[in-house]
Design a protein around this ligand. Structure first.
Ligand SMILES: *Cc1c(COP(=O)(O)O)cnc(C)c1O
Length: 381
């Protein structure tokens, strides 16, 4: 039996330093490593290719995703780019129709000009996936729950379809984290993360990660990590490792608080629809219950009175800070149509201007509910 998740988060890749006994993996800043003879070294040659702090992070996160291989990158988008660079001109990607705006931009504006075709479909509808399928489709790119609509996609069902047709499934597990959802165990071929979010958890580091089991894809990703060089600094690796130690505890509180907030929003007259997979009436609730341990810390909702009311609310909260990003200890609020998803305007991924997205932090739930309530009340006055 491997150790439990919480234990591995603290110990895997982080044994006390063999020469000094240091309990915390040192931030290993050396860019080059002495060789005893040509090619005879302790596993490290040059720090872009690999360094001890990054190796600690890669071992730890791979373990948490139940993966044989893990690769750390300088950002979530750099990690995504490595998976997409495996494609050749003529290859096709199918992504969900509310993918993260940056993912959409990367595929549509960087990889499409390089000859990759794509389509965006509602991945909760297997008939729609079937209709968009092409002989050239190589990747189905899933986010679940999605950003910002919190749509839940059935990973196992999509993997079944994709594997029958020789395509791979990539899951962006940023919103759920490996604590709540383990895509590889559900049949996905690769997991990608923005470690900038819950894994780092403190809004102080940008990073990305790829986890997978397949040896030949791992060889390609390892090659690209070194050949392209979008690698995280040792200090960044240290910060993510530090964040991950408390991931389980933080996620439990994020989920608890998000439940409280979702319920409060449902009861407020200014609010039209609340999008949270933990609500029994959410269309993805049953799938989420099956494939997730809990429902996460992200909550979105729409205002009855449209965009103006939404802009008022995001300006009026005091504890929920108006800012992009998500997944850290402090609560954030944002307006996707004008902020995180502005680049999707006019595309199939354009979002409702009445929508507000919350990253519910780990402050006291009552303080958070009071803060939101006063902002919502104002719009009714
Ligand atoms: C933030 C985010 C990304 C991009 O990650 P960066 O670290 O900002 O490059 C990708 N997917 C999701 C779901 C995200 O929230």
């Amino acid at each position: 039996m491997p150790d439990a998740f919480e234990t591995r988060a603290i110990h895997v890749g982080q044994e006390p330093d063999s020469s000094t006994g240091a309990i915390v993996p040192p931030i290993s800043l050396a860019t080059t490593f002495a060789q005893r003879g040509v090619g005879d070294h302790a596993g490290y040659e040059y720090a872009r290719s690999g360094n001890p702090t990054r190796a600690s992070l890669e071992a730890c996160l791979a373990s948490l995703e139940g993966a044989r291989h893990g690769f750390a990158f300088a950002s979530g988008l750099a990690a995504e780019d490595a998976l997409l660079r495996r494609l050749r001109p003529g290859d096709d990607v199918i992504m969900g129709n509310d993918a993260y705006g940056g993912t959409f931009r990367l595929i549509a504006r960087v990889h499409e000009p390089a000859g990759v075709s794509w389509s965006a479909v509602d991945l909760t509808d297997l008939d729609a996936l079937d209709a968009e399928w092409r002989d050239e489709t190589r990747i189905v790119w899933i986010e679940t729950p999605t950003n910002p609509l919190l749509t839940v996609v059935d990973i196992e069902a999509i993997a079944g379809v994709a594997h029958a047709r020789d395509a791979i499934v990539v899951v962006d597990n940023t919103f759920a984290t490996p604590y709540l959802q383990q895509p590889l165990a559900l049949g996905a071929d690769a997991v990608v993360h923005s470690t900038t979010k819950y894994l780092g958890g403190h809004s102080d580091v940008v990073g990305g990660f790829v986890a997978l089991n397949d040896e030949s894809i791992a060889d390609e990703i390892g090659f690209l990590q070194n050949a392209v060089g979008a690698v995280p600094s040792p200090f960044d690796c240290y910060l993510v490792l530090r964040g991950v130690k408390t991931l389980a505890l933080r996620m439990e509180r994020h989920c608890e608080n998000a439940h409280v907030i979702a319920q409060m929003l449902q009861e407020h007259d200014a609010v039209d629809r609340v999008l949270y997979p933990g609500l029994p009436e959410h269309p993805g609730h049953d799938v989420a219950k099956r494939q997730m341990r809990d429902f996460g810390g992200m909550v979105s909702f729409t205002m009855h009175e449209g965009e103006d009311a939404a802009l008022d609310v995001v300006a009026l909260t005091r504890l929920f800070t108006l800012a992009e990003s998500l997944g850290a200890v402090e609560s954030l609020i944002e307006h996707p149509a004008r902020m995180t998803h502005a680049s999707a305007a006019g595309s199939p991924l354009e979002v409702d201007a009445a929508l507000i997205r919350l990253s519910v932090g780990i402050e006291a739930a009552d303080d958070l509910a009071d803060d939101l309530r006063q902002a919502l009340d104002y719009t009714l006055a």
